[in-house]
Design a protein around this ligand. Structure first.
Ligand code: 15L
Length: 270
């Protein structure tokens, strides 16, 4: 079994993925929160990714990396700077120093959250972060590009929608991804022979999608789950979106309005 480092392994997504990858990879789990229920093919190394030495220690000896670690919602600049900017830099730099080529980077839909829901975008559209958090994910994608071009890294950046057992509201019907579909996409990122610098969308087979995921399909991604199977149930419970016109028009939802400094009425001129 290949030895793969998973950062941010104590989080919700990490916990789903440990389940999916059991028996498929030997996982070195790292987080700032201790994990005390390691299985036979798992080991835990505590690491604060804002510390380069600790990050290097976590990376040494692995054959690939799933980088989930960091702050996963909007936050203050200091927190995001340390967790997502410095942490992601230390991760890529440690991989370079240790000769680990393959990195799957957990980017986010919030790197492109300012696009209108009426627009279908693909992996070639310009970044439009909706928050400081989304900005740090845009930074991560650019960092990946630099390390691919300059140091021959091989990176798949997955703009993840929302990972859950099932979609939870109107917006998530468009962007939901099941844990097993995410595991399939990550496996492609770790194993496909031709990965250089790939951008893909982390979503299941969603009828209401506003992303064209042809780049993932080109690499062989065939999602097994469909958000539409849950649509009636979701809409019965949450018939409306947030009720905020601006948030409901944009792909990032209420991340878009978080601390907005532009009056919503002026958004059309923006
Ligand atoms: C994300 O990037 C977050 O990490 C996650 O907590 C969700 O809020 C998700 O986006 C979303 O847009 O639903």
């Amino acid at each position: 079994m290949k030895k793969i480092l998973m950062t941010g392994a104590a989080g919700v997504v990490g916990t789903f993925l440990r389940n999916e990858f059991r028996g498929r990879y030997h996982l070195r789990l790292t987080d700032m929160t201790a994990i005390d229920d390691c299985g036979p093919d798992e080991e835990f190394v505590e690491a604060d990714l804002s510390n380069l030495e600790a990050t290097q220690n976590a990376v040494t000896g692995v054959e690939g990396i799933i980088h989930l670690g960091g702050y996963s919602v909007e936050g203050d600049w200091e927190t995001l700077l340390n967790s997502n900017i410095i942490g992601t830099y230390n991760l890529f730099e440690s991989a370079r120093i240790d000769g680990v080529k393959r990195v799957v980077f957990a980017s986010s839909n919030h790197a492109i959250g300012f696009y209108e829901r009426s627009q279908t975008i693909d992996h070639t559209d310009t970044l439009r972060p909706d928050t400081r958090y989304g900005l740090t994910k845009a930074f991560g994608e650019s960092l990946a590009s630099l390390y691919v071009d300059k140091y021959s890294a091989e990176v798949m950046s997955i703009r993840i929608g929302n990972v859950a057992e099932k979609p939870i509201d109107v917006r998530r019907l468009s962007i939901w991804i099941s844990p097993r579909d995410l595991a399939q996409l990550i496996t492609i990122g770790l194993e496909h022979p031709d990965i250089k610098n790939e951008i893909v969308y982390g979503m299941s087979d969603n009828k209401r999608a506003w992303w064209d995921n042809s780049n993932a399909q080109r690499l062989g991604y065939a999602p097994q789950d469909r958000s539409e199977d849950y649509a009636a149930e979701v809409l019965a419970e949450h018939p409306a979106d947030t009720g905020d016109a601006l948030a409901d028009a944009r792909q990032g939802g209420d991340f878009v309005t978080a601390e907005s400094i532009i009056h919503p009425a002026k958004m059309d001129e923006h």
